[in-house]
Write a protein that binds this ligand. Structure first.
Ligand SMILES: NC(=O)c1ccc[n+]([C@@H]2O[C@H](COP(=O)([O-])OP(=O)(O)OC[C@H]3O[C@@H](n4cnc5c(N)ncnc54)[C@H](O)[C@@H]3O)[C@@H](O)[C@H]2O)c1
Length: 260
């Protein structure tokens, strides 16, 4: 692809972000995808959501939310205004300018992340990938998934990443039910495969998210999520141990935590 084209795909997406004329695709409309779709719509974009579950899709198109943090009235308002629509027709993935992949990554029997949903969603995106699209992986996964698993499948279309299309990892950090932090005010880490990928994805997300935290690579963004989850697990483990010790000694664990 020529340099002229390379500049124009990035420039076109930056302009579509500035004018909110980009169509945002969200793949997987669950606890992560539906709140993201709503924030993107609130920011002024039109959103096309994809899910393989027809009940979820029908519910969304009827303005019924199946996600705790999203009120049906809020969703219905965006659906009626034509800002959010959902479909099971994965061939329509050609339409969005930006595609956020928010599919599940449950742990397998051997406690490894089951990336089969990411593989399936990536295949769907790859089938219709066109120049001028940005693809963002949001699912929690192991470091290397974006570059080693997702990127090669997308590159099979013969387009050049960072010039014709753009790829980044941006971990979802939503804490469902949290009264203070939601999709909009939780800082969002973005690591693009190239600097242009980070610029494009940051510009597309900027209207919907209060604070963006760009990092140098998808691996750095993947490691941010791993560190955050590990840090939380270690803390939970530590406090649970402390609670057992306090219980045995007849001490109030909350007094100890607060005084410390
Ligand atoms: N829920 C949370 O608190 C939370 C927080 C941070 C990160 N995450 C991560 O975000 C990701 C999504 O989690 P979630 O809780 O939103 O999951 P979820 O199960 O609530 O929703 C996932 C949706 O994806 C759909 N789906 C599955 N395969 C698909 C495909 N190939 N194409 C289109 N749709 C498909 C499912 O039908 C479902 O509706 C996971 O990786 C999870 O680890 C979740």
């Amino acid at each position: 692809m020529s340099v002229v084209n390379a500049v124009s795909h990035e420039a076109q997406l930056l302009e579509k972000a500035r004018t909110r004329t980009a169509l945002i695709g969200v793949v997987g409309l669950g606890y992560v995808g539906l709140p993201l779709a709503v924030e993107m719509a609130r920011a002024g974009y039109r959103v096309l959501g994809f899910d393989i579950n027809p009940r979820a899709v029908d519910g969304i198109n009827a303005g019924r939310s199946h996600v705790q943090d999203i009120a049906s009235e809020t969703l219905a308002g965006f659906v009626t205004a034509g800002r959010i629509a959902a479909t099971t027709d994965l061939a329509r993935m050609r339409e969005p300018d930006c595609i956020a992949v928010c599919v599940p990554t449950p742990l397998s029997k051997t406690r490894d992340p089951d990336v089969s949903y990411i593989v399936a969603a990536t295949d769907s995106v790859a089938r219709t990938l066109r120049a001028g699209q940005a693809v963002v992986l949001e699912s929690t996964t192991y470091p290397g998934t974006t570059r080693d698993l997702m990127l090669p499948a997308l590159e099979k279309r013969g387009l050049k990443v960072g010039e014709d299309f753009f790829v980044a990892f941006s971990p979802e950090r939503v804490d469902p039910g949290n009264p203070r932090y939601n999709t909009r005010n939780t800082p969002k880490v973005i690591g693009g495969v190239t600097a242009a990928c980070t610029r494009v994805v940051s510009a597309l997300y900027e209207p919907a998210i209060d604070t963006l935290v760009p990092v140098q690579s998808p691996e750095a963004a993947e490691l941010v999520k791993l560190l955050e989850n590990t840090f939380r697990s270690v803390n939970i483990g530590l406090v649970n141990e402390m609670a057992i010790v306090c219980d045995k000694l007849g001490v109030d664990v909350w007094e100890v935590i607060e005084a410390a």
